[in-house]
Write a protein that binds this ligand. Sequence first.
Ligand code: ADP
Ligand code: MG
Length: 284
Amino acid sequence: MTAGQVEAARLPIMLAELRLPTINRLWPEFAARADQEGWPAARFLASLVEHELAERVTRRVERHRLESRLPPEKTLATFDFAAVPKVRKAHVLALAAGDSWLEKGANILVFGPPGVGKSHLAAAIGHALVDNGYRVLFSRTVDLVQRLQAARRELALPAALAKLDKYDLLVLDDISYVRKDQAETSAMFELIAERYERRSLLITANQPFSAWDQIFPDPAMTVAAIDRLVHHATIFELNVESYRRRAAIRTRPMTIADDNQTTLESLDATTTRSGASHEADAVT
Ligand code: ADP
Ligand code: MG
């Protein structure tokens, strides 16, 4: 064995130890070309490192996508903006880029009756953020609340909340399905208070704020939670006909009901009652 062969035999082990799988895979081919074409050593090394860096970004995004539990397929590419005239595509794309709103821990609230695309829109924003290097966790609100309550019983709620800090965005899907009579939901209030102005939440809800007293243990906590959520928030109202139902009866002509203002009115009523002034950025 020549010295060169010995090095070639040791390289895979050393590169694995350094966690450089791309260089490990590519170096024999690149080395052969470099020898053949007389590349300077710096060019050989730089091209290998460039590939490792590029694939490292791809691998990280893949990892983040897996951990996000985002429903696959529910992306911006498959979301039909024509079905929700009140939701401006440009606005959603701006949010999907991330940056400033995530840095200041601002929130997104998505309201509307069942089947209008709330979960799809939430997941689509989540996927785009993962593409852009952010970390997202998509969860049914009931599941997350149950996890937090289990943590509280083991006196580990602060640790459980701290663990969620690694996510730039937590998507709490279907907050309206949480019922205070089914379980003690103050853990959710603590999650909202903990992330306030630090880490973002995206919440979808079938019901307007006025019905949220079904969710939190007492009215004061409901108002305090809503206050924190809407302080820096973008609110989407998807008051259209159910996408599912429309798809099912597409054969018949029909008009899209887009004049249901119940949710917005209730929102106004709630925030006025709480006496707070908000910078809520209602989207119309
Ligand atoms: P919601 O969460 O409001 O109950 P979903 O997001 O689950 O509604 O939407 C119901 C179904 O209709 C899903 O399969 C979803 O992908 C689809 N859907 C809803 N709105 C749209 C849309 N604007 N474009 C594409 N698919 C949509
Ligand atoms: Mg849904």
